[in-house]
Design a protein around this ligand. Structure first.
Ligand code: FMN
Length: 233
């Protein structure tokens, strides 16, 4: 993915095309909603280009989820707009202490890492993660890494930025970035799963073929894959 979430995610600003890719809402929809309901609320560059904060994306994802559950877009958007009007400092995202978030990404290894190198990577990661109150798991298949990291938002954003610049892999792509109430992988500061943890039972539960492409997983299937695999290990 072409953009980076900054350490202070409140200040991370993304372009409309990135927001569209991240939320699955078309650029046209984003512009229309803004025009009709005042949501989302991007800031503008001097040149007039729209820039969106990470919290706007979270809001858009929540709206999309509600639409997928059968609610009418106009009704949701009008109700949020009204709430914002009555109390401009709050919206449906609660403000307060730093939220816990979970991020899942997929990438391609650029070199063949030996088992010893992988073990070393995990060992270092686990130590660093423990210091930052981060938990998670790393799935290494022959052609991909799929990793879940969860913890305080600023720590996750900072780690994700480090991970994307690591030359041991490339094409790092976010599959899921979401606030969470509780951790899914609380047992591990970091642990390694491999192909052998992805058995036929898991694949059929997720309706996946043996040669599935992890870049095509959505947030839910990516999470289920790691979660089922971690239960096997
Ligand atoms: C697939 C992959 C997963 C990684 N996971 C973690 C991780 O969970 N935690 C971590 O601290 N570093 C992880 N790293 C290493 C980071 O990319 C980076 O090298 C490390 O955080 C170095 O941090 P430093 O610059 O603070 O020493 C991972 C690297 C790769 C290639």
């Amino acid at each position: 993915m072409g953009y980076k979430i900054s350490e202070n995610s409140v200040n991370a600003l993304l372009r409309i095309s990135d927001v569209s890719e991240e939320t699955g809402l078309s650029v046209l929809t984003l512009r229309n909603w803004e025009k009709r309901y005042g949501i989302p609320t991007p800031t503008r560059t001097q040149g007039g280009q729209r820039l969106y904060s990470v919290s706007q994306i979270t809001l858009l994802k929540q709206i999309k989820e509600q639409i997928e559950q059968g609610h009418k877009p106009g009704k949701i958007l009008r109700s949020i707009a009204e709430n914002q009007h009555h109390s401009p400092d709050t919206n449906i995202i609660s403000l307060g202490s730093e939220p816990l978030v979970q991020l899942i990404y997929v990438s391609r290894p650029t070199t063949t890492l030996s088992q010893a190198e992988l073990n070393e990577l995990i060992k270092k990661a686990a130590v660093q993660n423990q210091l930052e109150n981060i938990t998670g798991i790393l799935l290494k298949t022959t052609q991909h890494f799929v990793q879940a990291i969860e913890g305080p938002r600023s720590a996750i954003n900072k780690l994700y930025n480090k991970i994307t610049s690591d030359s041991r892999h490339s094409t790092v792509t976010i599959l899921k970035y979401q606030p969470i109430q509780e951790r899914s992988f609380a047992k591990w500061s970091m642990t390694l799963l491999t192909n052998k943890d992805i058995n036929q039972k898991i694949l059929s539960k997720l309706n996946l073929r043996n040669d599935f492409d992890p870049y095509r997983l959505n947030d839910l299937s990516a999470h289920s894959l790691l979660s089922f695999a971690s239960q096997e290990s």
